[in-house]
Design a protein around this ligand. Structure first.
Ligand SMILES: NC(=O)c1ccc[n+]([C@@H]2O[C@H](COP(=O)([O-])OP(=O)(O)OC[C@H]3O[C@@H](n4cnc5c(N)ncnc54)[C@H](O)[C@@H]3O)[C@@H](O)[C@H]2O)c1
Ligand SMILES: O=C(O)[C@H](O)CO
Length: 327
């Protein structure tokens, strides 16, 4: 009987996903706290055919791949794969897989939550009530702005963008503008969405949601000149990756009142530095990169990452191979 392929998993994941994968592969899970450090991976990966990891665990670059000559697969438990050096993986003939679709609805829920939280100032008002500061009927100084029937601009109308669009139009009666690499006529028809260039979208939108993947092409996709185009009453939401926005420019736009507020799940540096000015701003709602983090969705992502590994390493089913590495 031939040996099963060997898979290293960089952190403790859902036991059912590991048990399922053990049928096809011989799995080793990092037994320490948190995630396996890069130095450990450099030492052990030479013995493995596959790696299951997450976006925040380790960068898959030339040096790591050089230490893993047997490696055929990296399966990330995330839809984003900006931690893959695609050129290095191509050269090393390593396949990369990810976990699309299973998290769309959960991330879209969070984005709606961010819009509502900033617009209606929920964290600020929560702090006010809990600190005993609610002494009389709420006056204008506590008022917010409407989400319903306002204009939403989505930059990056992919899987998650579409799930946000559905909520915004069907649930909140919002008017929809979008910018994407390619037009999506079916969404224009279904949601009455208007396709426009980024500049026009920024001028027209009350809420701007950024949902494009991070790549060399999209680093600092939104910069100072873009904040200058936005309405002074606009709210900016980023749940994609921190580096798709020039964070310094965002801080300045918020500080100067160029835009009204921001809802952020992602930052240029994660975890965010404690002295980052964003953390001192009452018009910012800051979350710890938690978009897909419900129990059920994370379990679905882990199981999908396990299935991707089995598919690539043993031909068991289909894998979600990232598009740049597809054969
Ligand atoms: N905050 C979180 O926890 C969280 C969770 C899931 C995903 N994400 C991020 O969201 C991103 C989007 O996920 P998705 O599943 O919707 O991806 P997707 O590929 O379905 O959608 C991305 C869209 O952006 C468009 N796009 C890409 N580059 C572009 C460019 N240069 N100009 C214009 N359009 C461009 C694509 O055409 C696509 O329609 C992920 O890559 C990830 O970084 C974050
Ligand atoms: O890309 C993703 O899936 C999320 O950001 C979780 O890492």
């Amino acid at each position: 009987m031939s040996e099963k392929p060997k898979v290293y998993i960089t952190e403790q994941i859902w036991a059912e996903a590991v048990d399922w994968l053990q049928q096809y592969c011989d799995c080793t899970v990092w037994a320490g706290e948190g995630k396996a450090p890069r130095e450990h991976l450099l030492q052990v990966l030479g013995n493995y055919d596959g790696l299951i990891t997450t976006g925040s665990a380790v960068t898959i670059d030339e040096a790591l791949l050089a230490a893993a000559p047997r490696l055929k697969l990296v399966s990330t438990i995330s839809v984003g794969y900006n931690h893959f050096d695609l050129e290095a993986m191509r050269k090393a003939h390593v396949i990369g897989t990810h976990t699309p679709y299973v998290l769309d609805e959960t991330v879209a829920d969070l984005v709606m939550g961010l819009m509502l939280s900033v617009a209606r100032r929920m964290p600020e008002l929560d702090r006010l009530v809990k600190s005993g500061g609610w002494n009389s009927a709420a006056g204008e100084e506590l008022f917010g702005i409407d989400v319903h029937h306002s204009t939403l601009g989505i930059i990056g109308m992919g899987r998650i963008g579409e799930a946000i669009a559905r909520r915004a139009v069907d649930g909140f009666g919002m008017k929809l503008a979008y910018y994407n690499r390619s037009r999506r006529p079916e969404l224009e028809e279904r949601y009455g969405a208007d396709y426009m260039q980024v500049e026009e979208l920024l001028r027209q939108s009350d809420y701007v949601v950024l949902m494009i993947p991070l790549s060399d092409e999209t680093k600092h996709f939104i910069r100072a000149e873009h904040f200058a185009m936005m309405k002074g009453s606009a709210i900016f939401i980023n749940a994609s990756r921190g580096a798709t926005v020039d964070e310094e420019a965002l801080i300045e736009a918020l500080r100067s009142g160029q835009i009204r507020g921001a809802g952020l799940d992602v930052y240029e540096r994660e975890p965010i530095a404690r002295n980052n000015p964003l953390l001192g701003m009452s018009n910012v709602v800051a979350l710890p990169h938690i978009g897909s983090a419900t129990h059920r969705t994370r379990q679905d992502m882990m199981m999908l990452a396990a299935r991707n590994a089995a598919a690539v390493l043993t031909g068991q089913g289909e894998a979600y191979i990232v598009k740049e590495l597809q054969p």
